[in-house]
Design a protein around this ligand. Structure first.
Ligand SMILES: Nc1ncnc2c1ncn2[C@@H]1O[C@H](COP(=O)(O)OP(=O)(O)OP(=O)(O)O)[C@@H](O)[C@H]1O
Ligand SMILES: [Mg+2]
Length: 345
């Protein structure tokens, strides 16, 4: 299980308007945080709210700027996130007039191939919801079936509940969520975990956002077999595969972030590398790009060590063609087929 994440640059939002306002059914019995109790005043009907100012005060533009500068492409995904943010800002404004009576359902489903940015965007989403006041902590816990489901009778409920406890106040990200359900085995312990999740997704949605992730076709089949789960998902976001140009741009962004650059030759070799890698087995979009760069850095380092010559900044920062050419991706197709993904790059 990944430890709770907090993205760099997160800060307490300037305003935490929202769920402190008396809302039927929301935390009715529980004690309210002092900051929430203070903000219960309903605005008079003739009051005006400056939405741009509200937006600026939440600091959500930092999240959008980070999405734009860190993530290449993904235009449809970024647009959907802007729409969700607008919806929530308007919901907050409505709540100040006493117009919103229940918290909107925020559970989501992110579908797409491996390495298309689902986990990265989920972390940004957690930050966004935190800044808008819809999450108390804004951390993200990433889990798979093995973190939720036990091997023996009686082990699943405590495992699932422990994960839920850790995720409260933030986002529970369930990768390849469809593995929770096994069609061929009705007594599979995964079903027990699904039932607990369903209950919490319904009853504790003020304090937890669940994001299910995985391949689109398998997720669709999962919702057909588990309609209760499907009906609790408010937002479905599909992550497209990257184009060759986008993969190239992602690579350049990654090496720049690590303080490297390509030699003029390496730029062409890298693009050819991507072109070949895309067609090979276990290609995983941006994850394959990251793996390729990590392996190139290893070769670069070995090359400098073996040369046994003094090096300057130029040598230390320049990846050259040969750092990519010795990859298996350029070997003949038989030897390129390996069972180990990291070796493939
Ligand atoms: N659009 C992008 N621009 C730049 N880097 C990206 C982009 N998309 C993904 N990455 C990087 O690629 C790597 C894999 O991304 P991420 O883990 O978010 O993908 P994923 O869809 O969750 O993949 P998986 O299904 O394999 O878990 C990360 O290092 C991430 O920073
Ligand atoms: Mg992931």
């Amino acid at each position: 299980m990944t430890p709770p994440d907090r993205l760099p640059g997160s800060k307490i939002p300037a305003t935490r308007v929202g769920f402190g306002m008396a809302r039927p059914g929301s935390n009715a019995a529980g004690p309210q945080a002092p900051e929430e109790a203070e903000e219960k005043e309903t605005l008079p009907p003739d009051a005006r709210i400056d939405l741009a100012k509200e937006r600026a005060e939440t600091g959500i533009d930092d999240v959008f700027n980070a999405l734009d500068s860190e993530l290449v492409g993904l235009a449809p995904v970024k647009n959907r996130i802007r729409e969700i943010a607008a919806l929530l800002l308007v919901d907050r404004a409505r709540a100040q007039f006493g117009l919103s009576t229940s918290r909107p359902n925020l559970h989501m489903c992110f579908t797409g191939s491996p390495g298309t940015g689902k986990t990265t965007v989920a972390m940004r989403m957690a930050d966004l919801l935190y800044r808008l006041g819809y999450l108390r902590r804004g951390h993200l816990i990433s889990v798979t079936r093995d973190d939720l489901v036990g091997q023996y009778v009686g082990h699943t409920a405590p495992k699932t509940k422990e994960v839920l406890k850790r995720a409260m106040g933030g986002v529970l990200f369930i990768d390849e969520a469809y593995y929770l359900y096994r069609e061929d085995n009705e007594r599979d312990y995964g079903q027990e975990s699904i039932e607990i999740l369903l209950q919490v997704m319904e009853n504790q949605r003020e304090d937890l956002v669940v994001i299910l992730a995985g391949y689109k076709d398998r997720m669709d089949a999962f919702f057909v077999s588990n309609p209760g789960m499907g009906s609790r998902i408010a937002h479905h976001i599909d992550f497209p595969d990257y184009t060759l140009q986008e993969l190239d741009d992602i690579g350049k962004l990654m090496i720049r972030a690590e303080g490297y650059k390509f030699s003029p030759d390496a730029e062409k070799t890298f693009r050819e590398y991507l072109n070949r890698r895309m067609k090979q087995p276990r290609f995983a979009n941006a994850r394959s790009v990251r793996n390729a760069i990590e392996r190139a850095r290893l070769r670069h380092a070995s090359r400098l060590m073996e040369a046994d010559k003094p090096v300057g900044k130029e040598e230390l920062t320049t990846l050259s063609s040969e750092d990519f050419l010795s990859s298996r991706v350029f070997a003949n197709s038989d030897s390129a087929r390996t069972s180990d993904d990291s070796l493939t790059e």
